[in-house]
Ligand binder design. Structure first.
Ligand code: PMP
Length: 392
């Protein structure tokens, strides 16, 4: 009814229509307050119920245990690259371990694509001692590294638990289209070492076992809501600090300080009020849909597209090892750049937009997040078939 397109953007990306309708309905006068949520003080009772409601819904949906804090911050996934390192190194248990070792603890990074590489770079920039556990896969002939698969766990170079501050990975590499099953990582890592996971682009697409993680970080602008708010779910013991006056604690800027946010219900200062409100509506939508149903939907949507790619592998050239193909961001190449441009242009004529691969990688990328109904994937696959027949 709104003349909307099938939006395959990698983020910010499509939101459920029913959520947008609710936002629209309440935009000028939120539930009799006479104002929009945008215009409301974050210190009002009404806003309290909005942010607390969002947190409570998310806690139910992901079954977040009580010993985990849920916080809404700003600074995006990128802010959390720094925040995870700085907060962990201010944490008492990590400091104690470091003192025992007598030298800096190492930060273990699984590099599976651009975003985990970005996390690693940020920690290096801040002076952290890093260890690359795995760096994509090496081609047997040329030795060149590519982010199209994951090396077997037996080849991972995990540090010794007593020397490691945390292990970091990005579960879904939005640019390279590689998804790392969390079970692989949580089973490989010693339970005494906290795991930090970037779930920016697959959060809420399936149930997760929160208690296996030290912290989960995620920008909202894919599966959760508009850009501007960042979610952190962190085990509360990792918020315990040494004396406030230590260098490590002073080194955490307030806007990246998990404890500062957790201790003030995410509102030690003005939060991104409207973005959190929309996230709360999306969390309610996820609860109504059921996270298990969304999990099945993601398998079904991605399955349709991958099946079509596998039918014509010389034309729709998938680059990612089948085992690690992302269910959220699907990447492939066509035989020529010209065909890729034609593909995107003809798709746009059929109301399917944002198909181009990331500027760093080229090719085609289609993102199938929660708000994409099965019909969107069906329409895309019908177009793939048509395009193949006309151009193969
Ligand atoms: N991690 C992942 C997996 C991402 O996809 C992105 C952004 N697309 C980021 C981190 C960076 O997030 P932001 O742009 O919010 O800083």
């Amino acid at each position: 009814p709104y003349d909307r397109v099938w939006n395959f953007s990698a983020g910010p990306s499509a939101l459920p229509v029913s959520v947008l309708e609710e936002v629209q309905r309440d935009l000028l006068n939120y539930k009799g307050t006479g104002m929009s949520v945008m215009e409301m003080s974050h210190r009002s009772k009404v806003y309290d119920s909005i942010i607390n409601g969002a947190e409570a819904t998310l806690r139910r949906v992901l079954k977040v245990p009580d010993n985990y804090a849920i916080i809404f911050m700003q600074g995006g996934g990128t802010g959390e690259f720094a925040a995870s390192y700085l907060n962990l190194f201010a944490c008492k248990s990590v400091r104690d371990k470091q003192r025992k070792l007598g030298r800096p603890l190492t930060c273990d990074y699984l590099v599976t694509g651009s975003w985990s590489k970005g996390g690693l770079k940020e920690v290096k920039r801040l002076g952290g001692t890093t260890n690359v556990v795995v760096d994509g896969v090496k081609s047997a002939d040329s030795g060149a590294v590519s982010y199209s698969s994951l090396a077997p766990v037996s080849e991972w170079n995990l540090g010794k638990p007593e020397e490691t501050a945390f292990v970091y990975y990005c579960e879904n590499e939005t640019i390279h289209g590689v998804e790392t099953p969390s079970s692989l990582v949580v089973d490989a890592v010693d339970p005494s070492v906290p795991i930090i996971c970037d779930m920016s682009s697959n959060m809420l697409s399936r149930p997760i076992d929160v208690k296996r993680f030290g912290a989960i970080i995620a920008g909202a602008q894919k599966n959760m809501g508009p850009a501007g708010v960042t979610l952190v779910i962190v085990r509360k013991d990792l918020l315990e600090r040494e004396e406030p006056d230590t260098e490590a604690v002073r080194g955490v800027p307030s806007v990246l300080d998990w404890q500062y946010y957790a201790s003030a219900g995410s509102m030690p200062h003005t939060p991104p009020t409207f973005a959190i409100y929309v996230c709360g509506l999306v969390f309610k939508w996820v609860e109504e849909m059921g996270i298990d149903a969304l999990d099945q939907l993601r398998e079904a949507r991605a399955g349709l597209v991958y099946d079509m790619m596998d039918k014509h592998p010389d034309f729709y050239r998938g680059v990612v090892d089948k085992q690690y193909r992302s269910k959220m961001n699907l990447v492939f190449n066509l035989p020529t750049k010209e065909l890729e441009s034609k593909f995107a242009a003809e798709a746009a004529e059929r109301n399917m937009v944002q198909l181009k691969g990331h500027r760093s990688l080229g090719g085609i990328r289609i993102s199938l997040y929660n708000a994409m109904p099965l019909e969107g994937a069906q329409a895309f696959v019908a177009f793939m078939k048509e395009f193949y027949e006309a151009n193969c």
